[in-house]
Design a protein around this ligand. Structure first.
Ligand code: B12
Length: 212
């Protein structure tokens, strides 16, 4: 019988077709989609990341890992239960700071959307100014930043400083998450919230924007 550990292994071995097939099998066996995502896909990605950090994998393996994750995640997302929150009028600008890594950002986007928020997804490789400009243009209520690459941490701090300089810091609650971040770091920098998981983005948004 297929197990989540099998999926983790296939993601870690960066085998997109087989991993997608295994994902289908696990969903058909009625396993929890969130568990398939976290323990299968994400842990498999972390295994590749760990090998890369230990110089036992190359950038091409990261690329293949991304492709493998993207073969599985849409299948899992289709199985997410409908969100509990009804549609609200809150808009959230969401993007990655500097980096190309968009898998986590896309998950945050999906979960916010199914929980009733309007997501203005500004994509990848954004600068502090991009976040500010898109928030102003769209009349956003909050800014959510995905930081998956160490150099982006400094840029996140610059975003908070920019918002202060432009006297709009109070206007936009700013939340952050991503593989290289931590609660301690986010609090020290002055973020309004930090999430370890994409689903935490929903709780933070509900609490900060008063839709809970
Ligand atoms: C796949 C991958 C890639 C793919 C990404 C494909 C894509 N379309 O996204 C590609 C090939 C592009 C890539 C490139 C690089 N990568 Co890379 N990559 C990874 C890998 C293996 C997985 C990333 C991922 O998608 N994880 C799964 C997602 C779901 O996790 P996540 O983004 O953290 O998101 C979750 C939570 O953090 C949270 N979350 C995320 N954002 C937010 C936001 C909010 C508001 C909230 C509440 C929550 C939240 O929710 C998500 C789900 O629960 C990681 C290893 C790892 N452990 O993560 C390395 C990793 C991130 N990469 C790394 C590096 C070094 C690079 C490169 C510099 C390599 C190089 N020499 O070229 C380049 C950088 C390119 C660039 N300029 O951006 C390092 C970063 C180290 C560091 N300290 O900065 C890592 C950690 C690997 C390692 N251990 O060394 N990479």
């Amino acid at each position: 019988m297929a197990t989540i550990a099998d999926l983790r292994r296939l993601v870690s071995e960066t085998k997109p077709e087989e991993a997608a097939e295994m994902t289908r099998a696990l969903l058909e066996a009625a396993l929890d989609p969130m568990e398939i995502l976290e323990k299968g896909v994400m842990n498999g990605l972390s295994d590749v990341g760990d090998r890369f950090a230990a110089k036992k994998a190359i950038v091409l393996d990261l690329v293949r890992a991304g492709v493998t994750a993207k073969a599985c995640i849409p299948l899992i997302q289709d199985a997410f239960p409908e969100g509990e929150g009804t549609k609200n009028d809150k808009k959230i600008v969401l993007g990655t700071m500097l980096s190309q890594h968009n898998i986590g950002k896309n998950l945050v986007s999906t979960l916010l959307s199914i929980n009733g928020f309007e997501v203005i997804d500004i994509g990848e490789k954004n600068s502090p100014w991009d976040f500010y400009e898109k928030a102003e243009e769209s009349g956003a209520d909050m800014i959510a930043v995905s930081v998956v690459f160490a150099p982006a941490m400094e840029k996140f701090t610059e975003l908070l400083e920019l918002l202060k300089e432009l006297k709009v810091r109070e206007k936009y609650p700013v939340i952050v998450g991503g593989a290289v971040t931590s609660k301690h770091w986010a609090e020290t920098e002055g973020a309004d919230g930090w999430g370890a998981q994409a689903k935490d983005g929903v709780t933070l948004a509900q609490n900060l924007l008063g839709t809970a």
